[in-house]
Every structure is written in structure tokens, then in C-alpha cells.
Design a binder for this molecule. Structure first.
Ligand code: HEC
Length: 155
């Protein structure tokens, strides 16, 4: 799969370059994941979200500083490791310390997923809203929600 064709930057550029270039890019996209409307210059959050590309990018930027073995969360007794090589297993096989009765991720059901509860707006059922000391944009929150709703795949 051509990762570059999906980066938010190239989607924005596509909008600037206009319909002809967009049409060409569209032909390339047909070969991978379908063709967006020419006017659609947003990242494809309404299509299939990629865990490795989209969700991990959020973890890298806003979570990994604390959620790694020597990070603040680990030092407070929360081993959840969100580094690229560990995060999928942590979230799908690992158990929550705060709510061991709740899975981090219930494939297809964001509302039942403790991970989403921790990043969603409003108070989480336990502890602080993540990320502590920062915040997710609505688009980032939607990417996590959509990934879970799509079946929480390692894609
Ligand atoms: C500044 C450090 C910090 C950052 C950044 C941070 N966390 Fe946390 N996280 C913690 C701490 C400390 C706890 C436990 C206390 C709490 O929940 O208030 C925690 C708890 C959690 C838990 C519950 C873990 C369990 O085992 O029950 C989840 C899920 C979580 N964080 C996800 C995230 C996600 C996703 C991000 C990024 C969007 C993030 N965190 C960013 C420090 C952080």
C-alpha cells in the first residue's frame, strides 16, 4: 500500500492542486482503498482508519512520553505501553490496572472500550481524562473511535 498517498499533507496538497491532479491521485487511490470525491480534501477519517498509520501517530505524539516502561504512568503503577512495537498487544491482550473488569478495546463497540472512555470528552469512569496535561483534537478522538468501531484491527 502506498502510505504517502494517504498522509494528511498530501491530501491537503491534492485539494490545492485541483481537480486534474486530484483525478490522477484518485486513479492511484482506486487501486488501494477506493476513490474519494474530488472535493474531499480531508484525511480519510470517514473511510477505514489504519491503526499503524493513524492511531499510532496519536499515541506517538500524545501518549508515549508517559506510557512506556520508564514513563510517568509506569512509575505510578500503570504498565500500559503505547510504543509502536507494543501498543496493539497492550490494548488487545493487556488488562487495565484501573478497571480490570473492563477491556481496553471491545472491537466494534467504542462505548464499551475503556481506552475510548479515557480519551472521550467528559469525565472518565476512573482517573483523569487522557492525555494528562494536554488534549486530543476532535479529529484525533474520532480516529480512535472509528478504529474501534471498524473492528479494532492491526491494519
Ligand atoms: C503526562 C503523562 C500521561 C500522558 C501524556 C498520558 N497518560 Fe494515560 N495515564 C497516565 C497516568 C498517570 C495514568 C493513571 C492515572 C489516571 O488515570 O489518572 C494513566 C492511565 C491511562 C489509562 C488506564 C490504564 C490502566 O491500566 O487502567 C489509559 C487507557 C490511558 N492512560 C491512555 C492514555 C492515552 C491513550 C494517552 C494519549 C492520548 C495517554 N494516556 C496520555 C499518564 C499519562
Amino acid at each position: 500500500m502506498n502510505q504517502r498517498a494517504y498522509s494528511p499533507n498530501s491530501w491537503l496538497e491534492m485539494g490545492r492542486l485541483g481537480a486534474i491532479t486530484g483525478g490522477l491521485a484518485c486513479l492511484l487511490l482506486i487501486m488501494t482503498a477506493g476513490c474519494p470525491l474530488p472535493t474531499d480534501t480531508l484525511p480519510p477519517t470517514d473511510g477505514m482508519v489504519s491503526y499503524g498509520r493513524d492511531v499510532q501517530a496519536i499515541f506517538d505524539a500524545k501518549c508515549v512520553s508517559c506510557h512506556q516502561p520508564t514513563g510517568f504512568a509506569a512509575l505510578t503503577g500503570i504498565p500500559l505501553d503505547l510504543r509502536a512495537e507494543e501498543s496493539f498487544a497492550s490494548l488487545t491482550d493487556g488488562a487495565s490496572v484501573q478497571r480490570s473488569d473492563l477491556p481496553f478495546v471491545v472491537a466494534g463497540d467504542p462505548e464499551a472500550s475503556f481506552l475510548f472512555d479515557k480519551v472521550d470528552t467528559g469525565s472518565p469512569i476512573v482517573g483523569s481524562q487522557m492525555p494528562i496535561g494536554a488534549s486530543l483534537t476532535d479529529a484525533e478522538r474520532e480516529i480512535i473511535r472509528q478504529w474501534i468501531a471498524d473492528g479494532a484491527m492491526d491494519n
